[in-house]
Design a binder for this molecule. Sequence first.
Ligand SMILES: *[C@@H]1O[C@H](CO)[C@@H](O)[C@H](O)[C@H]1NC(C)=O
Ligand SMILES: *[C@@H]1O[C@H](CO)[C@@H](O)[C@H](O)[C@H]1NC(C)=O
Ligand SMILES: *[C@@H]1O[C@H](CO)[C@@H](O)[C@H](O)[C@H]1NC(C)=O
Ligand SMILES: *[C@@H]1O[C@H](CO)[C@@H](O)[C@H](O)[C@H]1NC(C)=O
Ligand SMILES: *[C@@H]1O[C@H](CO)[C@@H](O)[C@H](O)[C@H]1NC(C)=O
Ligand SMILES: *[C@@H]1O[C@H](CO)[C@@H](O)[C@H](O)[C@H]1NC(C)=O
Ligand SMILES: *[C@@H]1O[C@H](CO)[C@@H](O)[C@H](O)[C@H]1NC(C)=O
Ligand SMILES: *[C@@H]1O[C@H](CO)[C@@H](O)[C@H](O)[C@H]1NC(C)=O
Ligand SMILES: *[C@@H]1O[C@H](CO)[C@@H](O)[C@H](O)[C@H]1NC(C)=O
Ligand SMILES: *[C@@H]1O[C@H](CO)[C@@H](O)[C@H](O)[C@H]1NC(C)=O
Ligand SMILES: *[C@@H]1O[C@H](CO)[C@@H](O)[C@H](O)[C@H]1NC(C)=O
Ligand SMILES: *[C@@H]1O[C@H](CO)[C@@H](O)[C@H](O)[C@H]1NC(C)=O
Length: 605
Amino acid sequence: MPFSTPTLGALTLLVLPHALADFLTPTYPYPSDLTSNTSLVRAAWTNATETFDAYFKDGLNTTATAGILGTENVTFSFGLFSLEDPLAASDLQYHRAGPQTIAALNGTTTVDGDSIYRIASVSKLITTFAGQIALNNTVWYQPITEILPGFAIVNANRSVTAPDWSTITPHDLASHLSGIEATGPLEDILLSVFTDSQAKNISVYDVAAEAGLDPDYDPVALAQATLGLNLSATPEEIAAAIGSAPPVFLSKTTPAYSNLGFMLLGLVVQRISGKDLGVVYSDLVFTPLGMNDSFVNAPLASPYLERSVIVGPLAASWAYPVDAYTIPSGGLLSTINDLNKLGVGLMNSTLLPRDQTRGWMKPVASLASLSYNIGAPWEIVRYVHNNTGKVTDIYTKLGDSGSYGGMLALIPDYNAGFSFLNGQYEPLTGPQTRGKSALKLIDHIAAAIIPALEAQAAAEAVKKIAGRYTSSTVNSTLEIGFNETTIPNTSPSLNINSWISNGTDMLALYYESEKPRLLVSIPKFEAGCGEIVFQIAQQEQFPTYQAAGSGPFSGIYYSTFDWATFDGDRFLGGSLRTWRTHVDEQGFATQISNDGTRATLVKEV
Ligand SMILES: *[C@@H]1O[C@H](CO)[C@@H](O)[C@H](O)[C@H]1NC(C)=O
Ligand SMILES: *[C@@H]1O[C@H](CO)[C@@H](O)[C@H](O)[C@H]1NC(C)=O
Ligand SMILES: *[C@@H]1O[C@H](CO)[C@@H](O)[C@H](O)[C@H]1NC(C)=O
Ligand SMILES: *[C@@H]1O[C@H](CO)[C@@H](O)[C@H](O)[C@H]1NC(C)=O
Ligand SMILES: *[C@@H]1O[C@H](CO)[C@@H](O)[C@H](O)[C@H]1NC(C)=O
Ligand SMILES: *[C@@H]1O[C@H](CO)[C@@H](O)[C@H](O)[C@H]1NC(C)=O
Ligand SMILES: *[C@@H]1O[C@H](CO)[C@@H](O)[C@H](O)[C@H]1NC(C)=O
Ligand SMILES: *[C@@H]1O[C@H](CO)[C@@H](O)[C@H](O)[C@H]1NC(C)=O
Ligand SMILES: *[C@@H]1O[C@H](CO)[C@@H](O)[C@H](O)[C@H]1NC(C)=O
Ligand SMILES: *[C@@H]1O[C@H](CO)[C@@H](O)[C@H](O)[C@H]1NC(C)=O
Ligand SMILES: *[C@@H]1O[C@H](CO)[C@@H](O)[C@H](O)[C@H]1NC(C)=O
Ligand SMILES: *[C@@H]1O[C@H](CO)[C@@H](O)[C@H](O)[C@H]1NC(C)=O
């Protein structure tokens, strides 16, 4: 045998029937039909939204509605979008006006794709997007002390137990690795001490003592030091107020969700772009992507007020005075139609170089759970397909604050995603159910559409790529099948059933007569390029080394080895493992060529 391929002995251990995706690339070419009447995605969407209707309109309590019980007071909107099927963004939406919206005194009493919600912490994604546009790589990794001079002043006299701003960068802030306080002054109990003192007309010192403050501390002095921030606080004032507060973690040790970090990132973006907060979002993101119904402050006048989802008292849940420096963390407002534009524009690299988008959409650090990773500021959900154990990474940013929340979710495997917005007013003194209800609603939609996107991608691959490819001059054929691989413990994929090259049985010669898998390595070079590249994969795949029955170190060979064995078997300077299909405008393969043999075979119709 001229080339050796690592061949793994059959594992006889008891293993879970679970397999992971092999590379982080999609298994199949992107699905392009999410909306036709025969699309599995539309079917799943219809089913999932009919379940919503059954519960919200008819009050049905069945197994199907079990996951969404108790969500009936939420006003919400969902929208699916796809770069491959632009109709999805308008066709696949669901809107539900909850009782507070139906009875709203201000704003809209119905909801649709143009209804304006607060988006809470989804704002952090837009702040980081603005940063991706405004900041170069030098600035992303530059110490805060070199960008915001106030922090240099604070740092000059820092004690060893204060944050070292010369080791904290914008990238640390964006990926929650700064280690600084979570919210800073915003959620300070001292705030309520002063409110209570005013409301009850008693001495602030008495209220502070009742709240458990050590009598050695003077609440008035503390408040001036930590809470003396106002709408027009300068970076210097902010630095002076919060710069010396002890870090919770050392920088770059663990992701630790910091709203305060995003307020500072907002200052960095303003400083570097030279734009005020009021225009930084519209100039850098909203206007270029056509997000004409997205705002920095809640609209209070026609024609936008009429489209605003105002679920509670106007002042308490909508028009509250905004602290300008909190906006980058959670202050923006948007619609489903606009968030869909954001998702499409972001994934399609409309405003960024394509490699920058790919680099941005990656984990920066792990969490302690195997199910989640953190990026800048991605909350990356490692969705596990129930039937196969395959993992699909979903790049999300959740919002959840006060009476509002939402999510933008991007799924690189399918070049698609979804947006979600919700609102429900709950007085601070009562139970807080909105946030949990929102997550149940997302679980419900995700459980329907992610398996459907996978199934649709597989069905299209079978229709468009699988089949027989032949040469008109020599005895060469390639047969691509689906889910017929002989490699054990793998999830469904395309695979090679037979490969004859000028009379030579290549699978017998190079692959021990196995039927190897064929996974997508390059789904698309750029818009309009009709080439999809595949890579032969031969290794078993498990979600963990325990599932493979391996040790922690042997597991890297024996549970997920394709990442290190790709591109082998080189022949005349090209790899026998690399296959290039040429596809027409509808994605149907017309021919395939192999980098090793150099032969091009034509698809039989
Ligand atoms: C799809 O189904 C809808 C509703 O059943 C129907 O109105 C429409 O004509 C169908 N479209 C196609 C292309 O079959
Ligand atoms: C729904 O049905 C289950 C099982 O029958 C029951 O335990 C539960 O209380 C019901 N919930 C509501 C909100 O009716
Ligand atoms: C429809 O949705 C329900 C849950 O919402 C699920 O149990 C059922 O399997 C779905 N049916 C199809 C055909 O997808
Ligand atoms: C919905 O709101 C009504 C009215 O405030 C309340 O009685 C009910 O308990 C709420 N339902 C849930 C599930 O929170
Ligand atoms: C993505 O960008 C390309 C240009 O690079 C453009 O041709 C295409 O229409 C865009 N796709 C969507 C869905 O906007
Ligand atoms: C909100 O509704 C109340 C009650 O109808 C009304 O008095 C008030 O003017 C409205 N506020 C705005 C900003 O429209
Ligand atoms: C990066 O941006 C900063 C701030 O705008 C600028 O001073 C610097 O020259 C830029 N560096 C490079 C390598 O472009
Ligand atoms: C640092 O502290 C010293 C001594 O208290 C003081 O003289 C100096 O002005 C301080 N420097 C800065 C930059 O605050
Ligand atoms: C996965 O399977 C578990 C156990 O059978 C079930 O409880 C859960 O609802 C399923 N999840 C999805 C997303 O289908
Ligand atoms: C793939 O093949 C396995 C084993 O024959 C079968 O259990 C599974 O249902 C198939 N999956 C698909 C998506 O066809
Ligand atoms: C195919 O094989 C035959 C002999 O087996 C050889 O003569 C011929 O050159 C080969 N053709 C190609 C295109 O390699
Ligand atoms: C092509 O080659 C294969 C493998 O050597 C052989 O089994 C088959 O008979 C050949 N077909 C023709 C038409 O020569």
